[in-house]
Design a protein around this ligand. Structure first.
Ligand code: UFG
Length: 328
């Protein structure tokens, strides 16, 4: 297939681009490089530097381009910022996705895979999280992702779009061959921050909250390897059902606490990684981990990385080889 990958220069997007190419697909990346890295896009992929706000450029790219489908990763993802500047998130994550859907409709593209998030569930009433649990996002980031799911659902019903929303849990790790990895600026995610301590770029890691109702008092998350996410996208875009909207959790089904992540990173890096306990970060649910059975049944997908230590090891290999990230 010929596939447009919006946000294909970003962390999850770039790992997916490599998997799609390896699967024999033709890929054109559409990315404004506000968070993505040109260096993360393989030379064998086409590249359009553009913003989804630019509806004309989208139309020019899609019209007559012979595309069979699209994957959409382009979004802002800083939960804390989304609380303070919500309209920035609605503009980019929702309004710009509307541009994309209109351009897909106009150009006859009827297949899309969308990056959604476990943040659509907010603070779920039970664990593990199944797809049919209530969707009650507790921050604008999660709300914007849920709003896009609704747009997709309605477009599927109206004009025959087939859409899959993949609700990721915590994306982690780097490509096993060490070629690409995670490089956010600013970095806000636990595993890369911990590894920056091991690299000597930070003095210590702050543990946000030690009084959660969890066995060791720190938050529990489901860290899913980015190459497992990439495999899920490949299977989803190949298996999209025409005219249907489907949503799937993509996680390992296992949770690890913040303390467990730090301990695993100490083992992997051999560094002491000093940690300081501090207050809770607002808006953090105590525990989030997936029931990944639905995607297993539908796309025969299962995570290859089930030990978070191995996931951290791939991230560490990349960070150690690229201590300043891409192109620096
Ligand atoms: N944490 C710390 N110290 C840090 C950073 C994080 O203790 O310096 C803790 C957090 O409080 C949280 C856990 O580590 O309990 C993981 O935090 P991340 O920021 O790495 O990731 P989140 O769980 O906050 O991820 C959320 C949603 C995802 C979403 C992502 C977008 O769960 O669905 O934000 O940034 F995609």
């Amino acid at each position: 297939m010929k596939l447009l990958v919006c946000g294909g220069a970003g962390y999850v997007g770039s790992h997916c681009v490599r998997r799609l190419l390896a699967g024999g697909h033709e890929v054109v990346v559409f990315d404004n490089l506000c968070a993505g890295h040109r260096e993360a896009v393989p030379a064998s992929a086409g590249f359009v530097e553009g913003d989804l706000a630019d509806a004309d450029l989208l139309r020019r790219t899609l019209d007559g381009g012979g595309f069979d489908g699209a994957l959409h990763f382009a979004a802002f993802l800083n939960v804390g910022e989304s609380v303070n500047v919500p309209l920035k998130y609605y503009r980019n994550n929702v309004a710009n996705t509307l541009n994309l859907l209109e351009a897909l409709e106009a150009s006859g593209v009827r297949r899309i895979v969308f990056s959604s998030t476990c943040a659509v569930y907010g603070e779920p009433p039970e664990m593990p999280i199944r797809e049919d649990l209530p969707k009650n996002p507790i921050n604008p980031y999660g709300t914007t992702k849920l709003a896009v799911e609704w747009m997709l659902r309605d477009a599927c019903a109206a004009w025959g779009l087939g859409a899959v929303a993949l609700r990721y849990f915590n994306a982690a790790g780097a490509s096993a061959d060490g070629v690409i990895g995670e490089d956010h600026d600013p970095e806000i995610h636990l595993i890369p921050l911990v590894l920056q301590v091991a690299l000597g770029q930070r003095e210590k890691i702050f543990i946000f909250g030690t009084d959660y109702p969890t066995p060791d008092g720190t938050c529990i998350r489901d860290y899913v390897h980015v190459e497992d996410l990439a495999e899920a996208h490949l299977r989803a875009i190949e298996g999209v059902a025409p005219g249907r909207f489907e949503a799937f959790n993509v996680g390992t089904g296992r949770g690890n606490s913040v303390r467990e992540i730090i301990a695993a990173a100490r083992e992997v890096t051999g560094h002491a990684i000093p940690a300081e306990e501090t207050d809770r970060r607002p808006g953090d649910p105590p525990m989030l981990y997936a029931a990944p059975d639905k995607i297993g049944a539908r796309f025969d997908w299962a995570p290859r990385y089930t030990e978070v230590r191995e996931t951290i090891a791939t991230a560490w290999a990349w960070h150690r080889a690229n201590p300043r990230g891409f192109g620096k």
